[in-house]
Design a protein around this ligand. Structure first.
Ligand SMILES: NC(=O)c1ccc[n+]([C@@H]2O[C@H](COP(=O)([O-])OP(=O)(O)OC[C@H]3O[C@@H](n4cnc5c(N)ncnc54)[C@H](OP(=O)(O)O)[C@@H]3O)[C@@H](O)[C@H]2O)c1
Length: 417
């Protein structure tokens, strides 16, 4: 094991988690030294002992270190810090999916030019192996699809809502436990998962970083009742991010889905993340584990540091070459089966009206259930459709919403894994 001189930038949840694992860890870290910490203020949750503290995080680059661990989050300052470190001949390890998603291609190229490494295992699924596994261990495989529950906070919230808890109460709990991003709206609105699938897609399909704009939807409109209605069809609600390559091009999307309760990802609860890779040699291949939290993230960071310590300066990571980007398919042209929720006035002829509007777009029903009347006197109708093009469904939805007997509507796409 080579000696590794480490500088940590940032002193929040993840940085203190890493510090505690390193100072309290076993002998695999014996030859590693935390030389300094860039922290603009103390963190009452962690005592750094006699480790040198630099209030200006950029000064960490000037220290005698082999690797800078960037744990400040955000995009622009992080990019500046990583750029400075790579240009100074220091390796960089980061857990920051936002900066990799926005500037990954440029930063990876910069690392290559400076003959140093940029490693980011914890940027996707925290410590659950995904990045090095995709880049190295699956190298012999042709991958056709990557589908992941990639946001621990979202899965934590959805799992608790399935048990009956309210959205707001669970979000507070996720923040208190350190699972949520500093700005939790990025978890909730699907951006965090989208950035992670963008990174996995770049590694699996050379789709570039950042990728072209693609469809992103969060869990803001999911309600506890959706789980009860989904249960009638043996479905549950999850947030899924998907990258899928076929002859026509690349499908990339991040949104809530209905999953069969029999699928392997449906059973993952709490902050667990899971990914299904569809490959030519291994077939369907699954990885699942904790996707948020200081311990889990420390696990991924230490795996990157270990890789560096053992790499003997040879390239430990197969970076994409970004030369040939696949064509990104238009979301409106994709085909899904849908769960449709409609809250309607309790009047005769409403079902006939709904059937007529769907029929006009060529949308067939697989199942229709009229539920018990709500306290407000309205009636919920739940429909599962046959497969249909997204833009046809949007037209039907618009037509329904324009009609005064339809008081509320929602669709959730059904994912066949
Ligand atoms: N939390 C998780 O479970 C998790 C999992 C995987 C990856 N990550 C990633 O890990 C990174 C850190 O997350 P975290 O949860 O540790 O966040 P955090 O608790 O908010 O910590 C961020 C730290 O960076 C410092 N910082 C932020 N901007 C700075 C700036 N411009 N200059 C100097 N210091 C700055 C903050 O200082 P102040 O306290 O003074 O603001 C704080 O010490 C993020 O990229 C996140 O996406 C987190």
């Amino acid at each position: 094991m080579t000696k590794l001189k480490i500088g940590i930038c940032g002193w929040g949840n993840v940085a203190t988690g890493l510090y505690e694992q390193l100072v309290g860890g076993d002998e695999i870290y014996a030859d590693w030294e935390i030389c300094c910490i860039g922290a603009r203020r103390d963190n009452p949750k962690c005592n750094p002992g006699s480790t040198k503290i630099l209030r200006d995080i950029f000064k960490v680059v000037d220290e005698d270190i082999d690797v800078l661990v960037e744990l400040i989050g955000g995009v622009e300052t992080a990019k500046e810090l990583i750029t400075m470190a790579l240009n100074s001949g220091k390796h960089v390890v980061t857990a920051n999916k936002a900066v990799i998603f926005e500037h990954g291609q440029e930063l990876i190229n910069l690392a290559k030019r400076n003959n140093v490494q940029l490693l980011f295992e914890s940027a996707v699924c925290a410590g659950t192996p995904a990045i090095k596994m995709l880049s190295n261990d699956l190298i012999a495989n042709k991958i056709s699809k990557v589908a992941g529950m990639l946001n621990g906070t979202t899965n934590f919230i959805l799992s608790k809502m399935e048990e009956g808890a309210s959205f707001e109460a669970v979000l507070n709990e996720a923040q208190e436990k350190g699972y949520a991003e500093p700005d939790p709206s990025l978890d909730i609105n699907g951006t965090d998962a989208a950035q992670k699938i963008g990174i996995l897609s770049a590694l699996a399909f050379n789709s570039g970083l950042p990728t072209t704009n693609f469809y992103i939807e969060g869990i803001e409109n999911i309600q506890s009742e959706d789980f009860a209605y989904a249960n009638d069809f043996h479905f549950t609600v999850k947030h899924l991010a998907v990258a899928k390559l076929n002859d026509r091009g690349l499908e990339l999307r991040s949104h809530p889905v209905m999953l069969s309760k029999n699928s392997s990802l449906a059973g993952l609860k709490g902050v667990r993340n899971g990914i299904q890779f569809d490959t030519n040699l291994l077939g369907e291949f699954h990885v699942a584990g904790s996707g948020a939290g200081r311990e889990s993230t420390a696990s991924g960071l230490i795996s990157d540091l270990y890789t560096l310590a053992n790499s003997n300066q040879s390239n430990p990571m197969q970076y994409p070459d970004f030369s040939k980007k696949p064509n990104l398919l238009n979301f409106d042209d994709l085909i899904f089966k849908y769960y449709v929720y409609l809250e309607v006035k309790d009047e005769p002829g409403v079902l006939a009206l709904i059937s007529k509007i769907f029929a006009a777009q060529g949308i067939g029903f697989d199942k229709v259930i009229q539920k018990d009347q709500l306290d407000n006197g309205n009636v919920p109708i739940v429909i599962l459709t046959d497969p249909i093009i997204e833009k046809e469904m949007q037209v039907a939805l618009q037509d329904l919403e324009n009609h005064p007997v339809i008081l509320n509507s929602k669709i959730i796409r059904i994912e066949d894994l």
